[in-house]
Design a protein around this ligand. Structure first.
Ligand code: AZC
Length: 828
């Protein structure tokens, strides 16, 4: 079209689409422009929130200009792209990050100040995009940051929930849940793409016919459909939302069935209404299965549409497209692509299956049995009849090959089958994901080895070792150091002479030498203290508890789960409390004061996890007002832990706790965030703790507890040989049962999880070494000079845990994609 335009028209477009300048005055003009036109507000009746909206819109303008340029250049090259399918993107706030990435935070800060506002208040007005539960969702957000920073051609696909993870409030010590209606105000970080709308079908039946060559063809005749509408975020993430299908409404209307059509319309919108609030557990709800199909079908349709524009052969598909499955949630994409290729594009089954298996790769994030996704066959058949047939065919051909390789082993076929023979039959999504992918990865070295010897052992025997690889998780240093800890970031840049470390985190090694520099250590610890003051203020505001920033800040923030053992932490706090209470004044004088801080949400239906929150709050209520303890011990539960709160908490730790039973935490990523910010950790030999230990050295980490290979024997011994409970733990339990913290009846179900033979997470077995490790922490903290050296060495040796490293490994070893650098005059 453009080619037909006269020269003057083209020139006019080019002249007028020049990017805005980056001087303070132009920035101010664009802010005021958005206030007076987009927001239609007068300068005089503005609050912080409108200021935020205007700054966000102005920032977005700049992001979009750059983004358009990138996409324009990319579409000419048309390189192989990766698509990251994740049901969760836990993004948090966007504005601070966007301004820092463009190198414009200072100029915007100056502009907004001259306009009568304070940048920090404006930033605080943004609500979190909390479309995720925990580690898995935040990992997706960090990976999108790294993919963009490293110029990889990549798209994330997810769902645009109306309600993100619930808001947590504490009422009488108990968690209560409130809806997170985060779209109450317009979201300036998304662009609706009303032009991208896809019909998604459900239900109905399958028609089988013979084509003119006598080949059997299957046609899915759906019973209903909904529309998927795309919204794009400035970070290359495409989120789908559901809307009623117009055509479908009309049929109902025409049949005179107004009520039914209204009902169908609301049902359609329900699909993307709410994020399921379970972390590491599977609920098995029909609506969740609908979400999964809706999202994978829309995403695949979009991917295939983009591929078809290039007019290539289908066999080229895996050379143009890599799809990464973030856990088993998007596994239906495997089935949907096979269906499109066989039923709609009329490829042979084998040709199609070769394309499918070369395209997909699968990341496993957990070995916990309660998290393994299974769908009941009858429910699945009702929603997706043709997909069920395809799954049974995939399984049949797969098991035939297994039988050929390992003949006469019924047990093996039963174990490996995609279909579990239960009442009713169940589809094992993890098996389907392994069979349909060319690579399967775990998220830390220990975890990747564990999956090879446990849940996927038979598959390793069948496929060989090469299909199963490790990709240790990482975090983005742009958000988790540069943005969350600006003072430390500035000090590091000053010490290293430049900020190249932000894109090459191994350069932090240069800080090792600085550990010997007393003046540097002093600056380092001054910043830590300032961060603790900032957290103390948040604790005052949210919990009305006064804590001293001179005490040791001991933090455990993560989802509440039995395997993460917050229960063990609070039991040890009770032990500490009882110890202090038994001391003379002289003995107390040498106690290291400690503030023990908890945060995290429990799944609304997870009764035991919710009782742990109640116990923490009951202990806090007693300890915090006990004059015999004073400042020696404070206990805090920070409500509504989320990404923005984490940005305050992470830089403020002296020690943080990563104390899962060995072999249960696949990786953990907050461990990386804390250590990167110069916080030491106490932890078990689990997940990424092991690799952190390898990088920073045993002098800079507190390790305790049993090892993964010992867990089975310990459980067995406890169950069948009646190993008695640890005596210190016994004392703590007795104190609870005596009513030291509220009515002991409340906590009985919790205590029952520990009674001999039942302590599945081995709290008793690890308790003594846990107490010892905590004493070592106290002793080490007494020597502040040595502590500050440890702190600096922690940060200095964390280069490996940048998500840039993780993403590059995926790109080189799984996706086979290359970066395409685009002209960019930005700062980072
Ligand atoms: C989590 C793991 O529990 C955590 O250890 C890991 O760091 C994180 O994924 C990112 O890899 N797993 C989940 O959240 N898993 C599910 C199924 O929810």
């Amino acid at each position: 079209e453009k080619a037909k335009w006269p020269k003057e028209t083209i020139e006019l477009w080019e002249r007028l689409s020049k990017k805005e300048a980056n001087d303070v005055e132009t920035i101010e003009k664009s802010i005021v422009h958005h206030v007076t036109t987009t927001l239609a507000r007068a300068a005089y009746n503005m609050d912080n929130f409108s200021a935020y909206q205007a700054v966000a819109l102005s920032t977005r303008d700049r992001l979009i200009s750059r983004w358009n340029e990138t996409q324009g250049q990319l579409s000419k090259v048309d390189p192989k792209r990766v698509y990251y399918l994740s049901l969760e993107f836990l993004l948090g706030r966007s504005m601070d990050n966007a301004l820092l990435n463009m190198g414009l935070k200072d100029k915007y800060g100056e502009g907004i100040k001259r306009l009568g506002f304070n940048m920090e208040d404006v930033i605080e007005s943004e609500v979190d995009a909390a479309l995720g539960n925990g580690g898995l969702g935040r990992l997706a957000a960090c990976y999108m940051d790294s993919l963009a920073t490293l110029d990889y051609p990549a798209w994330g696909y997810g769902l645009r929930y109306n309600y993100g993870i619930f808001q947590q409030r504490i009422v009488d010590g108990y968690q209560t849940e409130y809806p997170d209606y985060w779209l109450n105000f317009d979201n300036p970080w998304e662009l609706p793409r009303l032009d991208i709308s896809i019909q998604i079908a459900f239900g109905g039946h399958v028609q089988t016919t013979q084509d003119e060559y006598g080949v059997t063809r299957h046609t899915w005749i759906p019973g209903s459909s909904v529309q998927a509408i795309a919204t794009e975020n400035c970070n290359n993430i495409r989120l789908w939302r559901s809307k009623p299908t117009k055509a479908f409404d009309l049929t109902s209307f025409n049949e005179g069935n107004y009520e039914k059509s209204v009902e169908d319309a609301t049902n359609a919108e329900k699909i993307t209404s709410v994020l399921y609030p379970n972390d590491n557990t599977m609920a098995g709800k029909e609506l969740r299965l609908k979400q999964q199909y809706f999202w994978t079908a829309a995403s695949l349709h979009d991917i295939v549409r983009r591929f078809k524009k290039s007019m290539r052969e289908w066999s080229d598909f895996p050379d143009q497209v890599a799809i990464q499955l973030n856990d088993t949630h998007p596994t239906l994409a495997i089935v949907e692509l096979q269906r499109l290729l066989v039923d709609e594009e009329l490829l042979s089954w084998d040709d199609a299956w070769e394309i499918v298996t070369k395209t997909f790769a699968f990341t496993n994030h957990t070995v916990l049995p309660e998290a393994m996704e299974k769908w009941s066959v009858p429910m699945f058949e009702y929603l997706l009849p043709r997909h069920l047939q395809i799954i049974f065919d995939i399984n049949l051909f797969f098991l035939q090959k297994v039988e050929k390789k390992f003949p006469n082993d019924r047990g093996l076929l039963n174990r490996m089958s995609i279909i579990e023979e239960a009442q009713p039959q169940q589809i094992r999504m993890a098996h389907l994901a392994v069979v349909g992918s060319h690579k399967v990865n775990g998220v830390a070295a220990l975890h990747s080895n564990l999956i090879k010897t446990t849940i996927f052992k038979d598959f390793v025997d069948y496929y060989g070792e090469d299909k199963f690889v490790n990709k240790t998780n990482g975090i983005t240093p742009r958000r988790w150091l540069h943005q969350a800890n600006p003072q430390l970031s500035a000090l590091i840049t000053e010490a290293l002479g430049n900020d190249k470390w932000l894109k090459n985190l191994s350069l932090l090694k240069g800080l090792n030498a600085k550990a010997e520099d007393a003046a540097f250590r002093k600056k380092w610890m001054t910043i830590k203290r300032a961060n603790k003051v900032r957290l103390a203020q948040l604790i005052k505001d949210r919990c009305d508890i006064d804590v001293s920033p001179d005490a040791l800040f001991d933090i455990q923030v993560k989802r509440i789960h039995e395997y993460k053992r917050q229960f063990m932490n609070i039991l040890a706090v009770i032990h500490r409390y009882r110890t202090i209470k038994s001391m003379t004044a002289a003995q107390k004088a040498s106690v290291q004061p400690r503030v023990v801080i908890f945060g995290g949400k429990a799944a609304p239906g997870y009764y035991i996890a919710k009782l742990v929150i109640k116990l923490i709050n009951s202990v806090a209520a007693v300890v915090n007002q006990d004059p015999a303890v004073g400042d020696l011990l404070k206990v805090v539960f920070v409500p509504d832990y989320n990404v923005s709160v984490a940005e305050i908490i992470v830089p403020a730790s002296d020690i943080s706790q990563h104390i899962s039973t060995a072999g249960t935490e696949a990786s953990g990523t907050s461990n990386m965030k804390f250590v990167l910010n110069g916080g030491l950790i106490i932890g078990t030999l689990d997940g990424a703790n092991i690799e952190i230990l390898e990088e920073i050295g045993e002098d800079n980490i507190f390790i305790f507890g049993c090892m993964a290979h010992e867990v089975e024997d310990l459980r067995h011994a406890q169950r069948y040989r009646g190993v008695p409970m640890d005596p210190a733990l016994q004392g703590v339990i007795s104190a609870i049962e005596r009513g030291t913290f509220e009515d002991p009846k409340i906590f009985q179900p919790l205590i029952s999880t520990l009674t001999v033979g039942k302590d599945f997470y081995l709290i008793s077995a690890d308790f003594a070494s846990y107490i010892t490790a905590n004493q070592q922490v106290d002793a080490a903290y007494k020597n502040q000079e040595e502590w500050s050296k440890k702190s600096i060495r922690c940060t200095a040796n964390m280069g490996k845990f940048s998500s840039d490293r993780s993403v590059k490994e995926y790109a080189d070893e799984i996706w086979n994609i290359k970066p395409y650098p685009v002209e960019d005059e930005g700062h980072l």
